[in-house]
Design a binder for this molecule. Structure first.
Ligand SMILES: *Cc1c(COP(=O)(O)O)cnc(C)c1O
Length: 435
């Protein structure tokens, strides 16, 4: 497979950007390679600068639930662009997208649009702090919430620990306001609330943790998170930047039927254009400026192009049977791979929810926290990833990233992809022995 043009473009981009990229995981460092430059996407496929085609499961890291270059979204963007790109004043498009979201979602009454998932989450945290008049937050090891200072924090040692920053440039003073706990561990939550009575503003969790592999939690655990937070007058934030509009129109809140206090959305909500939002009850949202004294603003917030793209996307998602169909196709695809793995006795697990899937080396059947992931997982992922790339299947370039199936991934395309994945596993098995 020719890579000449991508390699040349990477040489150039490396002169302009750190690592040659504008977001670190794109650099292919965790798969020991150099990035492929994408020139276009259509349906389930992307094409690179050397005209290679790939079945794409990265889907721009989740936003493209309808596939690439969806006609309705493209038309909506072009139509909106005819009237100008941004006004910094209220537009009808904001009302329309908000109406779609709020009228079809039992879990938020009011929202505020922003321009990214990170911005949604950092605003939600500020809201929780402003509402509770407390500073500390609890997050979980294995959940990602964007790159704001107080969320780039990792656990130290011990069950309940103050975080230490996971990035240079994050002040320890800020990191120590974040408590980082193990996922799926009630004990740790009990202990944290005992040790920090009346100090914790909120507990933030990805209800479907999908940024460190797919670490599906039990509903009962998620209910416990809410219960103990509320007993301690702390808020619960569901970070649904991935799971929102993905595991159902109402996201994980709807999937598990749990009402959190604040929800954040991103990715899918902009239909592929930068947008995010956070939402809550009308009462909690009344704390946001200009109604309340929690300040949060954005020059390009509610941008009419992004709102139009989001509206076109969400309209499709609301059609009867959309999510059932997504899940059915994904399940068939996953089952086909699972069947092959079982037959061959490979030490590979594949898990799924909605139209998300994740394949990982190891013998642990149900992984619910990062420490259950095999130390060798990355080594095997690298090998599988590179075989798949050669066969024309594009996964996110890290073993900790999940795969996304879109509406454009037909049964036929998924069949072809499953066959290629099964063949790739057979080839990797010859070199590394997967059993
Ligand atoms: C992607 C993601 C974010 C950050 O969103 P950006 O748009 O990349 O800033 C936050 N939380 C979760 C759960 C995400 O998956």
């Amino acid at each position: 497979m020719k890579r000449t043009n991508s390699n040349a473009l990477y040489q150039i981009s490396s002169q302009y950007f750190p690592g040659g990229v504008n977001s670190p995981v794109r650099a292919f460092r965790s798969v020991d390679g150099t990035p492929i430059f994408i020139t276009k996407g259509n349906g389930a496929y992307v094409t690179d600068a050397d005209d290679n085609n790939y079945i794409d499961f990265c889907a721009s890291w989740g936003p493209l639930i309808l596939g690439h270059n969806h006609k309705k979204i493209k038309d909506a963007v072009i139509e909106a662009a005819e009237n100008g790109l941004s006004f910094g004043a209220p537009t009808i498009q904001e009302n329309e997208l908000a109406a779609l979201l709020i009228k079809n979602n039992r879990f938020v009454e009011k929202i505020r649009f922003v321009s990214s998932g990170t911005e949604a989450v950092m605003s939600a945290i500020r809201l929780a702090r402003g509402y509770t008049k407390r500073d500390k937050i609890i997050k979980f090891e294995g959940c990602y919430h964007g790159h704001a200072d107080h969320l780039l924090v990792k656990a130290g040692s011990g069950l309940v620990t103050f975080g230490s920053s996971s990035s240079a440039g994050v002040p320890e003073a800020i990191a120590k306001e974040t408590l980082v706990l193990p996922l799926n561990n009630k004990e740790a939550l009990i202990k944290a609330f005992e040790e920090h009575k009346e100090e914790v503003a909120c507990v933030i969790i990805e209800p479907v943790p999908a940024n460190n592999g797919l670490l599906l939690q039990d509903k009962e655990y998620l209910e416990f998170v809410k219960k103990i937070a509320h007993e301690n007058c702390a808020l619960v934030i569901f970070d649904e930047v991935i799971s929102g509009f993905r595991v159902g129109f109402e996201g994980a809140a709807g999937y598990y039927d749990i009402q959190p206090d604040i929800i954040t959305y991103g990715k899918i909500i902009g239909g592929g254009i930068p947008a995010g939002c956070y939402g809550s009850s009308a009462k909690i949202m009344s704390y946001i400026a200009p109604d309340g004294d929690v300040y949060q603003a954005g020059t390009l917030s509610g941008n009419p192009i992004a709102m139009s793209a989001g509206r076109a996307a969400l309209t499709e998602l609301l059609k009867d049977g959309f999510y059932e169909d997504q899940q059915d196709r994904t399940q068939k695809f996953v089952n086909k791979i699972k069947h092959h793995i079982d037959q061959k006795g490979y030490n590979i697990q594949i898990s799924t929810i909605g139209s998300i899937f994740w394949m990982v080396y190891g013998d642990q059947p149900q992984i619910q926290s990062p420490d259950q992931i095999s130390k060798d997982a990355s080594k095997y992922f690298k090998a599988i990833f590179s075989k798949l790339l050669q066969k024309g299947v594009y996964l996110g370039p890290s073993g900790f990233e999940v795969g996304f199936v879109s509406a454009a991934h037909s049964d036929e395309i998924l069949d072809e992809a499953a066959n290629k994945i099964n063949t790739a596993l057979d080839e990797v098995n010859i070199e590394y022995n997967l059993s």
